[in-house]
Design a protein around this ligand. Structure first.
Ligand code: XMP
Length: 533
């Protein structure tokens, strides 16, 4: 996917901005999450990119240095630019960030491998206060010591001039340090993680001290995004592919608010959708929002092309290729759109620190629209590029999308084809749709829908013998899958009660013709994947 046209520093954001310099910690994204929850606009940038010119252009009101796997005692280890210390803005160093700060300002850091230096701490630790209070720690130590989450091998051995100690743990005598006059603070633990319960309070105190007023609200974001879309698009036409998912839906509604009928949405029905799905999507967009929508019923094209195909990758490729062709055909009907709208999210565009070979940009394109931008030679409009998934949901609510739509489980681009191992036929799809609808209905009736990341039925390519009434049956076996997850990268099966599973199996067998056996998939990811193919 070609990189969209964005300057190194986003030019349009008027918020007070906080810069997070990423030194490669596994949890850097959580710093951004916590700050956004506090109404602070922030961006993560890899340390390699943060030089003097970058700092001047970004003009942060405060800076946070993340943790990272390197050791400042190593020559050539990552360091923040010297200019940072002269900017007069508050800086908070976390873990490696603390060590980088001390090293830069005249302190000393000692390397200590776990078990060797005796100062390494991994996991839970307890911090006790020093005598002098510190505004950064308002709300801390009310009950004595505070639990924090540590993960460090190296440690600070000598403080930089101007710094004092404000908190100590057994393995980190300098667990919390600061130079309040310059507003430089450095902590050895990770305030951004869940296992540092008062971490959020510390971050809140830090941003308050830096003068952030918490102006990052969805209302403000919506207004800015609308202004920005208008400025980018002018009076050109935009086309947006709707998948039925939350991201493309919020993208479409936001763009429609900005430019009205200059937007046309294309919803490709590939015949692999769930029961009533096409009607729901068309109902919301065309009827409730009055957005020009091309509902392309191309199910025959896709299902005919899939005939006889059993290999999972071959199925995906056929669907992907046809999708691009069909989308292009209908986009042309919409009359020469210059822009293609996509629901790309912030986690997809964060440049991650790569110690192997410099910063790399990871842009994940949906499998179903992958390749569209290059093939169509269009410019991209990506109004969700700065948002996390939960912020997209909040924006969706702000735009008036119904809760039932916003909370929907993810659904893959290739649809039911990858939930129907083996050949996909119309008959099998009809059976699968009914079973899936019963399963989801059961989950909703039991109030479990929002606890589950994704749930669906799959139709296994085996038929088994059963007995119903006095007769023999020889029907398909169905597999139910329901998982919990945070991001779809790892997942665990949902622990339904036996009663729930029994009741659901009975309902499916009674209500769906063609299924006489039901099983529940208890594979986690890894080693399994969420979908079957
Ligand atoms: P897996 O099966 O890889 O799925 O564990 C992880 C998440 O991604 C979704 N998924 C897809 N989404 N196009 C999509 O838009 C696809 O081709 C695709 N394949 C998997 C899957 O539903 C789960 O949420």
């Amino acid at each position: 996917m070609s990189a969209p046209e964005t300057a190194d520093v986003a030019p349009h954001v008027h918020h007070q901005r906080l810069l997070i310099v990423d030194f490669g910690s596994q949890v850097t994204q959580l710093i951004a999450r916590r700050l956004r929850e506090l109404g602070v606009y922030c961006e993560i940038h890899p340390y390699q990119k943060v030089d003097h010119a970058f700092l001047a252009a970004f003009a942060p009101r405060a800076v946070i240095l993340s943790g990272g796997p390197d050791s400042v005692t190593r020559e050539g280890a990552p360091r923040p630019p010297e200019r940072l210390w002269e900017m007069g803005v508050p800086v908070l160093g976390i873990c490696y960030g603390q060590q980088a700060m001390m090293d830069a300002l005249g302190g000393r850091v000692e390397a200590g491998a776990p078990g060797k230096g005796g100062t390494a701490e991994f996991g839970r630790a307890s911090v006790t206060p020093a005598e002098t209070p510190l505004p950064l720690l308002a709300g801390w130590f009310e009950g004595g010591a505070e639990p924090v989450w540590m993960s460090h091998g190296d440690h600070v051995a000598e403080l930089a001039p101007g710094f004092r100690v404000y908190g100590t743990s057994p393995g980190a005598p300098f667990a919390i340090t600061g130079d309040p006059e310059r507003h430089f603070y450095a902590v050895q633990f990770h305030p951004e993680v869940h296992h540092t319960p008062k971490g959020r309070v510390l971050l809140q105190n830090f941003v308050r001290e830096a003068g952030f007023t918490g102006d990052w609200t969805m209302g403000a974001y919506r207004d800015e995004a609308i202004a920005q879309i208008r400025a980018q698009v002018g009076d050109a036409r935009v086309i947006c592919g709707l998948s039925g998912g939350v991201d493309s839906a919020v993208t479409a509604v936001l763009i429609h608010e900005a430019i009205g009928d200059q937007l046309t949405c294309v919803f490709v029905d590939h015949g692999l959708l769930r029961k009533n799905e096409a009607e729901e999507v068309v109902g919301v967009f065309r009827d409730a929002y009055n957005i020009p929508l091309i509902h392309a019923d191309e199910s025959d094209l896709f299902l005919d092309a899939l005939e006889g195909t059993t290999d999972p990758e071959a199925k995906r490729k056929t669907i992907g290729r046809l999708f691009v062709e069909v989308f292009q055909k209908h986009a042309a009907e919409a009359g020469g759109a210059e822009f293609l709208a996509q629901g790309t999210l912030y986690p997809d565009v964060i440049e991650s620190v790569s110690f192997a070979g410099g910063p790399s940009v990871t842009i994940k394109s949906h499998h179903n629209v992958g390749g569209l931008p290059e093939k169509m030679g269009m410019k991209l409009v990506e109004p969700l590029r700065e948002l996390f998934k939960d912020e997209v949901r909040a924006l969706g609510r702000e735009l008036g999308l119904p809760d039932s739509f916003i909370g929907r489980h993810p659904f893959p681009g290739p649809g039911l084809a990858i939930r129907c191992p083996g050949e996909v036929t119309r008959d099998k799809l009809a059976i699968l749709r009914e079973a899936d609808a019963v399963f989801i209905d059961q989950i909703r009736r039991h109030g479990l829908y929002d606890e589950i990341w994704q749930a669906f039925a799959a139709l296994l390519p085996v038929r088994t013998v059963g007995v119903m009434g006095d007769g023999r049956t020889y029907d398909y076996a169905c597999l139910l899958r329901a998982v919990t997850s945070v991001d779809g990268m790892t997942a665990d099966y949902y622990p339904f009660s036996h009663d729930f599973l029994g009741e659901t199996a009975t309902r499916i067998i009674n209500e769906v013709r063609g299924i006489n056996r039901v099983s529940y998939d208890i594979t986690s990811k890894p080693p399994g994947t969420i979908e079957l193919e």
